[in-house]
Design a protein around this ligand. Structure first.
Ligand code: ASP
Length: 407
């Protein structure tokens, strides 16, 4: 039977869920136990997909590098560009979140469970633990995802180093797993309105000072958006201008359809065909460079996500009244880079990865409930910045290889 009424788009459903959750939390705080399970199930479902999603996303991204010839100079340049722009983005976010301190004053009480979950790792310890001593136990333990990311990067890299037959088998296999995981993720994401309803109502019911929470959430969003704006409108154009020697404004016009698509789909992967087309046809970058840098960029170069991860974790720390030491902030920076590499280019992937950073610095995982409510909106902005950085990277690298461009 044909559907008579079409469900509204996901972002409208989320908005409706948010409004209902606030009403429920304010007027029926005693009844919140009847619905909070929806949030718990939703968070569990997100955690359920992390390991297979991250592994298949990284391996399929890295194996797209293709042949050994690409891995030389071009590969090195690309990786240097990706890591440096992501680091700049994170530092911008870190500076803003330390200046504005959006979480201070939100005054959240830790529940007992969360408090029990707190673990302290030293800086040295966190770095050493990136190298797994047993990859299978890392995969089964919470908070060991950095070593899984590390292992997937190495595994993906060495797939490209074996003869054609095993290489093609493994590449095909991991691409196929990744396709399936994307479908599973999209399926779970359809339940976001229910997850938000449960989590937000629960959070609001526990909150004494609602005004303070709303104010903090507002300034948190502003900090993320301001950080993204500085990175997209100042840092990346300067790199494009002075290192790539191109006109950033012209380049922006060349790729604006891709950016709008990124904004509306919140998915670097879904935008990829358009990104490649704009960069090749409008910027004039060769297929050799775009087909190498852009698919890899869509998977591992996520400046917007990196900035967002850092700000979100710092915000959660501030809201719970934790003062992160310099060393812990350095861990946040490093794990944000790894988390942005590990995040798949699909909607809300960044949110899934936050749990990793939280556990790396020993913050309560329930903090995710706090930022979930506004994640979908911020996802649109950070995805556009992710794609914008990929395209800037493609032109910068094309120029460094001596290509003549239209911009
Ligand atoms: N949605 C983002 C992307 O596809 C990833 C994220 O959630 O941060 O680029």
């Amino acid at each position: 039977m044909a559907k008579l009424v079409k469900a509204p788009a996901l972002h409208w459903q989320i908005l409706i869920a948010l409004v209902l959750a606030v009403l429920f939390g304010v007027y029926l705080p005693g009844q919140v136990n009847y619905i909070s399970w929806m949030g718990t199930i939703f968070l569990r479902a997100l955690q359920m997909i992390i390991i297979p999603l991250v592994i298949s996303s990284i391996i399929s991204g890295v194996t797209n590098i293709g042949n050994a010839e690409n891995l030389g100079r071009l590969g090195l340049k690309t990786i240097i560009y990706y890591i440096s722009t992501s680091t700049l983005a994170i530092l911008t976010g870190l500076a803003l979140v330390n200046i504005v301190k959006p979480g201070v004053g939100a005054d959240l009480n830790l529940t007992q469970e969360a408090e029990l979950g707190l673990v302290e790792h030293t800086f040295k310890d966190t770095l050493i633990r990136i190298i797994p001593d047993n990859i299978f136990s890392s995969m089964t333990q919470n908070g060991e995802l950095l070593s899984v990311i590390f292992y997937a990067l190495i595994f993906g890299f060495f797939i490209t180093q074996v003869p054609a037959k095993p290489r093609e088998t493994l590449t095909g296999f991991f691409n196929a797993v990744f396709d399936v995981m994307m479908k599973v993720t999209m399926f779970i994401i359809r339940f976001t309105p229910f997850g938000i309803f449960g989590l937000v109502a629960d959070r609001i019911a526990q909150q004494d000072d609602l005004g303070a929470l709303v104010q903090s959430m507002g300034s948190y969003m502003l900090v993320v958006i301001a950080g993204l704006a500085i990175h997209a409108l100042v840092t990346l154009p300067l790199i494009a201008r002075f290192i790539g020697k191109i006109n950033p404004l012209k380049h922006f016009h060349a790729v604006k359809t891709a950016l709008l698509t990124a904004f509306s789909t919140s998915s670097s992967n879904a935008t990829l065909p358009l990104t490649i087309q704009s960069v090749e046809e409008n910027d004039g970058v060769s297929n050799k460079i775009s087909s190498f840098t852009l698919p890899l960029g869509a998977t591992i170069n996520m400046d917007g996500t990196a900035l967002y991860e850092c700000v979100a974790v710092m915000f959660i720390a501030q809201a719970y009244g934790f003062d992160l030491t310099f060393g812990q902030q350095v861990i946040v920076v490093i794990t944000s880079i790894l988390a942005s590499i590990g995040a798949a280019g699909v909607p809300m992937a960044g949110l899934v990865m936050i749990t990793i950073i939280l556990s790396a610095v020993g913050l309560p995982l329930e903090g995710v409930g706090l930022i979930l409510a506004v994640d979908r909106i911020l996802d649109m902005f950070r995805t556009s910045v992710n794609v914008w950085s990929d395209t800037c990277g493609a032109v910068v690298i094309a120029r460094s290889e001596g290509e003549v461009l239209n911009v």
